[in-house]
Design a protein around this ligand. Structure first.
Ligand code: SIN
Length: 304
């Protein structure tokens, strides 16, 4: 025997209980995607849904963290009207909005684009003081295959950390910075070339904010890991260099396979996810094809 050792570890079983026991929904059908999170919703027309259906939809979102609602036909005004039933749509400050629709950002990936906007693990705009609670994407055009959005359940990420590490991180804050999020890579022409029209990032006014490493969800009361390599610069009171060894360990843990799902797009599908308890990643695996989404973010609260 040459004396090699195994360098991998096995992940203990982990699952999100609502995935295995969806509620008995009266207004639509819900099919969970993996044991971690995500569900596909069918049998609902968002232009005619009544208040009871919308209330059920929010329950499904709370339970499954991200929903892919199939078979919609939404004009921009109708998408905004639906968003208003779930909260307050807010303009996203780093891109020029869709003409005539200040709440909508268009995400367009042209066939020759190399990178996808949102193609790193993140929770949306967590460098903002009040990051959006929900993000909503409506698919205008999808590649024939590919371009899935991947998600990771951050309740599971927090709850499966070693208890001693959780104790150590209890009450600790991270500095999340636009400089990490947008100033260096994400707004380069290569990444943003055809996406969202022109960027309005102002390098002289960089937003940065301290948020807890684990935030408590205002509805479920559960804690979720809330740090990612796309925005987090350092732990409070530490340099980036001092912080990176532990941060990188957390980031690697946060995308453990057992916490994830992928949602597949079709033209006319609308996804909504809860940024307070999951991260996402736009997969760039469709060179030579076009993908076009309309995105709306809904105002959130300051993480605690
Ligand atoms: C985003 O990060 O908001 C975009 C995700 C996607 O296009 O799949």
């Amino acid at each position: 025997m040459p004396g090699y050792i195994s360098t991998y570890t096995y992940q203990p079983a982990a699952g999100h209980v609502p995935q295995f026991a969806p509620r008995d929904y009266k207004h639509f059908s819900v099919e969970p995607v993996t044991g971690a999170m995500g569900a596909v919703v069918t049998g609902l027309d968002l232009t005619t849904a009544g208040d009871a259906a919308i209330a059920e939809l929010e329950e499904a979102l709370t339970d499954h963290l991200a929903l892919m609602i199939r078979d919609q036909d939404l004009a921009p005004d109708q998408q905004v009207a639906f968003a208003r039933r779930l909260g307050s749509p807010v303009p996203w400050p780093h891109a020029k909005p869709m003409e005539g629709h200040p709440e909508i950002t268009e995400l367009i990936q042209e066939p020759n684009d190399k990178y996808a906007f949102g193609g790193t693990w993140h929770s949306d705009s967590c460098s903002f003081e009040r990051p959006p609670k929900y993000t909503m994407l409506y698919c205008v055009e999808s590649p024939p295959v590919g371009g899935d959005t991947a998600f990771s359940n951050q309740y599971l990420a927090w709850e499966t950390l070693d208890p001693a590490l959780r104790d150590e991180l209890e009450g600790v804050k991270c500095l999340n910075s636009d400089e990490v999020g947008y100033a260096t890579v994400a707004t380069s022409d290569e990444v943003m070339g055809h996406t969202t029209t022109t960027i309005a990032f102002d390098r002289d006014h960089i937003e940065e904010v301290l948020h807890p490493v684990a935030r408590t969800h205002p509805v479920t009361g559960r804690k979720a890991l809330y740090t990612n390599s796309s925005f987090t610069a350092a732990f409070e009171g530490k340099t980036q260099e001092e912080s990176l060894p532990l941060l990188e360990k957390l980031w690697e843990h946060s995308i453990t396979q057992e916490f994830t799902c992928r949602l597949r797009w079709k033209k006319g599908s609308l996804a909504i996810w809860d940024n307070r308890c999951c991260m996402h990643y736009a997969t760039s695996d469709y060179p030579g094809h076009r993908r076009h989404m309309r995105r709306i973010v809904l105002e959130g609260e300051r993480p605690v």
